[in-house]
Write a protein that binds this ligand. Structure first.
Ligand SMILES: *[C@@H]1O[C@H](CO)[C@@H](O)[C@H](O)[C@H]1NC(C)=O
Ligand SMILES: *[C@@H]1O[C@H](CO)[C@@H](O)[C@H](O)[C@H]1NC(C)=O
Ligand SMILES: *[C@@H]1O[C@H](CO)[C@@H](O)[C@H](O)[C@H]1NC(C)=O
Ligand SMILES: *[C@@H]1O[C@H](CO)[C@@H](O)[C@H](O)[C@H]1NC(C)=O
Ligand SMILES: *[C@@H]1O[C@H](CO)[C@@H](O)[C@H](O)[C@H]1NC(C)=O
Ligand SMILES: *[C@@H]1O[C@H](CO)[C@@H](O)[C@H](O)[C@H]1NC(C)=O
Ligand SMILES: *[C@@H]1O[C@H](CO)[C@@H](O)[C@H](O)[C@H]1NC(C)=O
Ligand SMILES: [Cu+2]
Length: 216
């Protein structure tokens, strides 16, 4: 009995520390609070249905993202789906996904939309942020947005990164693709996953599967 309770306590503590917050755009719901049926382990969106919370205006070319991270490091993927009630996130905003290290706040001033994706003033969409840790298991949070020609990316005091370092992981062996999507105040280092020694390729592969939600 005591052993089981201890294991449960440890497991719960681990869950609590591994989770993350999506501060901007405003998440569909606070998935860190207890007393809901939401869980960041659930694909998609931690189980939070569309239109549960606030809808944030985003610039037509892409907008800002603020995450609160609690892990020594985590992979981060950002995906987008079009529509008023999205559950299919079939555009990636992180062709080079991120390795975010540190327990703190990450603000990326502007995440560019893929060049082939044209949106209009008033187009509704949702953003899904996926983080993948060492175990290969993934956490999900979503935010509902409206693309607006009048919307602006966050700047200055509104977009502060604190204690988090971002490294882009290019999935091609060539690192020639320019990482224009994350012009952070501290520019991210670009690393080629294929050229890295000691990368856990299995976790990386799993991460990609989880992040794009292929068979989930
Ligand atoms: C969680 O789900 C259970 C079973 O479906 C339901 O009875 C309960 O009301 C739900 N709780 C919340 C906060 O939605
Ligand atoms: C939506 O915005 C209001 C006003 O800023 C805030 O009080 C509320 O907590 C937000 N809802 C969610 C789900 O974040
Ligand atoms: C993260 O940092 C905050 C203070 O900045 C601290 O309260 C918290 O315990 C830290 N969490 C982890 C998992 O290191
Ligand atoms: C939103 O989509 C979900 C799943 O695709 C569906 O269950 C739900 O009824 C939809 N909600 C609205 C308001 O259309
Ligand atoms: C993404 O899915 C939507 C339907 O949800 C579809 O209209 C669109 O063509 C898809 N785009 C891509 C690039 O797969
Ligand atoms: C991500 O960062 C962590 C901590 O610095 C490191 O151990 C890990 O190897 C990195 N992963 C990749 C793919 O670079
Ligand atoms: C910064 O992140 C490191 C690594 O996760 C953590 O050990 C340290 O406590 C964090 N510092 C602050 C001020 O949160
Ligand atoms: Cu967690």
């Amino acid at each position: 009995m005591v052993a089981a309770a201890t294991v449960l306590l440890l497991a719960t503590a681990q869950l609590a520390t591994a989770h993350f917050a999506l501060d901007y755009p405003d998440w569909r719901a606070n998935t860190l609070t207890s007393g809901t049926n939401y869980s960041q382990w659930i694909y998609p969106c931690g189980g939070v249905p569309g239109n549960s919370g606030n809808r944030t205006d985003w610039p037509l070319s892409g907008g800002s993202l603020i995450l609160e991270l609690h892990h020594p490091w985590t992979y981060v993927f950002v995906n987008l789906g079009l529509g008023a009630n999205v559950s299919n996130f079939n555009y990636t905003l992180t062709p080079n996904f991120w390795n975010a290290t540190g327990n703190g706040t990450l603000c990326v001033p502007e995440i560019k939309l893929p060049a082939e994706l044209k949106v209009d003033d008033g187009t509704q969409a949702s953003v899904q942020v996926v983080t993948v840790g060492e175990s290969g298991s993934a956490l999900y949070n979503c935010a509902d947005i409206t693309f607006r020609s009048s919307a602006k990316a966050l700047a200055g005091d509104q977009c502060k990164t604190n204690n988090v370092t971002l490294t882009e992981i290019t999935q091609q062996s060539s690192s020639s693709s320019s990482p224009t999507s994350t012009s952070s105040s501290q520019p991210p280092k670009s690393t080629s996953a294929a050229s890295l020694a000691g990368v856990n390729v299995a976790v990386l592969g799993l991460a990609v599967v989880f992040a794009y939600g292929m068979s989930l």
